[in-house]
Design a protein around this ligand. Sequence first.
Ligand code: NAD
Ligand code: TDX
Length: 329
Amino acid sequence: MLVTGGAGFIGANFVEYTAQRHPEYDIEVLDALTYAGNKTNLAALADSVPLYHGNVCDAALVDRLVRRADVVVHFAAESHVDNSLHDPSPFLQSNVVGTFTLLEAVRRHDRRLHHISTDEVYGHLPLDPSLRFSESTPYDPSSPYSATKAASDMLVRAWIRSYGVAATISNCANNYGPYQHVEKFIPRQITNLLSGSRPKLYGSGVNVREWTHVDDHNSAVHLILDRGRLGETYLIGSGDERSNGDVLGIILDLMGQPADAFDHVPDRPGHDLRYANDTTKLRSELGWCPQYDDLGAGLAATVDWYRDNSWWWQEAKDAAEARYRLLGR
Ligand code: NAD
Ligand code: TDX
């Protein structure tokens, strides 16, 4: 199994999950080790999981690695909305050209591909809880990040239809858990508090996300690899929707801070109001069921992980906050 982006947040958790629960796979990782990739994420598996430091846009390297794999799981991407608003160009390269490069190698060597994507490709929803995205919701991306993920999904769909590539796609809701980069909402607030700064809430904090533990995302990916129908798209999400203000409230409480110990900062331009996925297809066809059904407990474990691993995030934190200062957030 070739895992692209396996040194990033979800990819590293996926490699660890696969090594522990699916020993039938020999795993190789291709990762460019951008600011978001960290080879220490795979240190415990260094003897059994080779890490190739390279770019998914490098056609010769990708060809070589895809040729000797049976299955490719494609996580590699630029993943942060705020960065895409500041400078979209690496998103076009890694997310669009990178997926194209991988698809061409998969097509040449007739390999099985699973493409990891996001529910952000569908745009956003009003706060009405009866409305959810489904696999047939029209694409309507808001940010440069989601536009490039939408483009990558469209390429995969076209390669399936035109060339018969053996691929599946999943679009997951927001993930949380260990190894998440400190630029993202939950780790940013936890590490702000651990370093004596105040959390930063965009706008009024009413925006809603469907928080899904990274291991639940990865269990869904394995079900799709094992039993998903080729050519199909599956939505993934826990069903646990919370406003950003509510999530921040839980973190403040867990960390022994008063409920008002945070700052409102200027809103993200084009900020999507709500994401929520109808996961009936994944649950009824493949029997998926999330194991992390208590966000408070999941967040408590995540707080402990960041508290115990400040060596892992300290340098990245300083760089991420310097980027946020440029954005005024
Ligand atoms: P991340 O930013 O933590 O990790 C991305 C990894 O990809 C890093 O290791 C980085 O070095 C690598 N990478 C980036 N560009 C590359 C390139 N050109 N060539 C090779 N490697 C490259 O991201 P993440 O949060 O782990 O997201 C992984 C995937 O899951 C992405 O495709 C993202 O769109 C998708 N996704 C993320 C979430 C979420 O909540 N984080 C939700 C749904 C879908
Ligand atoms: O400091 C912050 N304050 C804040 O209020 C940050 C960093 C974020 N926010 C808000 C913006 C969002 O409404 O929190 C919410 C979550 O923000 P992010 O962690 O940046 O995630 P989001 O923009 O929802 O996108 C995430 O989920 C879908 C991932 O980053 C994407 O890779 C994934 O596709």
